[in-house]
Design a protein around this ligand. Sequence first.
Ligand code: FMN
Length: 342
Amino acid sequence: MNTLGRIFRLSLFGESHGPAIGALIDGCPAGVPLSTGDFVADLTRRGPGANGTTARRETDAVRLVSGVFRGRTTGAPILVEIANADVDSAAYAALEDLPRPGHADLPAHHKSGGHRDHRGGGASSGRLTAALVAAGVVARRALEASFVAPIRFEARLVEAGGSADIEAAVAEAARLGTSIGGVIEGRVTGLPIGLGEPFFDTVEGLLSHALFAIPGVKGVEFGLGFQFAQESGDECRDAILARGGRCQRNVSGGVDGGMANGNAVCFRLAVKPAVSFGELRTVSLSTGEQRVLAMSGRHDACFARRLPVVVEAVSAVVTLDLMRLSGRVGEVVGASEGLSRD
Ligand SMILES: Cc1cc2nc3c(=O)[nH]c(=O)nc-3n(C[C@H](O)[C@H](O)[C@H](O)COP(=O)(O)O)c2cc1C
C-alpha cells in the first residue's frame, strides 16, 4: 500500500523523471489556512545546495490542485503537485537492464513484472521526499490552526560518516569521491501525555513505520534504544519527577507503553551512504550474466544532510493522524472565522 495514516491519510505519487511528483492528502480538517507560499521554506531546506549534495537543481514549484478554496482547506482531498524540472534521464539508461545493488531497482523489476520506470529510481527515488515535506507542511498548518497546545518538530544531523564534524567529514568524502551516511536526531515536544493507541498504533510504531519510508533510513531507535540491551536495570531506569510525567533522564525517549509519557519524544535514525557511483557489480536482467555497471549519474556525497526537514515532516504527519485518532483534532478548525467570510 502506498498510503499512510488512518484519518489523516497520505499517498505519494510520481516518479523521479516523470512530469511531477506530489502528495494526495485526505482527512485534513477544513478551515486550515494554506497557500503555495507555505511550502517554500521547507522545500528549500530539503533541496540540494549544501556541500556534498546532488547537482540536480529543482525549483520545487508547488501547485495546490484541489482541496483549498479562498486560502483555506475545504476538508476535501488535497492534491499537492511538485513539478520535476531538472531531469536528465540519459545517465540512467543502463539501469533498465542493470539494477543497482542497494536500490529498489531489482525488487521493483520483479514486483512490477518488468514494467517499472527505471529512470532515476522511478517511484522509489529520494526525490519523493519532497512530497513528504509538502505533506508535513499541511500537517503542521493543521496542528497550528487546531487550537491544541503547540507541538514542535525538530531534527538535525548530528554525525556524518561517524564524525561529529559534519562539514569536515563531508568535504573529505567529496574529495575522495566517495559518500558517507549519518545519524539524525529527531525530537517532538508538546505531545499530550497518553497520545498513542497501544498495542499496534503506538507512538514508536507509527513513527518508525513512517520514518522507514524515507529512502536510505536503515535504523530507528527511541531514547537509549540499543543501549538498553547493554545496561542493567538499575543503570538505565528513570525517575518520575512530576505528575505530568517529567522524568529525570528521559531514557525512554518520551514513550512508555506506546504512549507519549509527558517528555520530549526523542529518536535517532541511521542513514546509509549513497551507493550509486563508480563501478557496481550486478547482473543483466535480460541475460542473467554478472556485469559491472559504471555509474556516471548525479549522486549525493552525503544525502543525510538533506533529511532533517523530511524527518520533521514525517513526524508532523504521524502526529496529526494520532491527534485525529484520539479526537483532539476534529473535522473543522477556525469554524466561526471561516463561516463569517462567506
Ligand atoms: C534525498 C535523497 C537522495 C538520495 N540520493 C541517493 C544517491 O545519490 N545515490 C544513492 O545510491 N542513493 C541515494 N539515496 C538513497 C536511495 O534512494 C535508497 O537507498 C534506495 O532507494 C533504497 O532504499 P533503502 O536504502 O531505504 O533500502 C537518496 C535518498 C534520499 C532521501
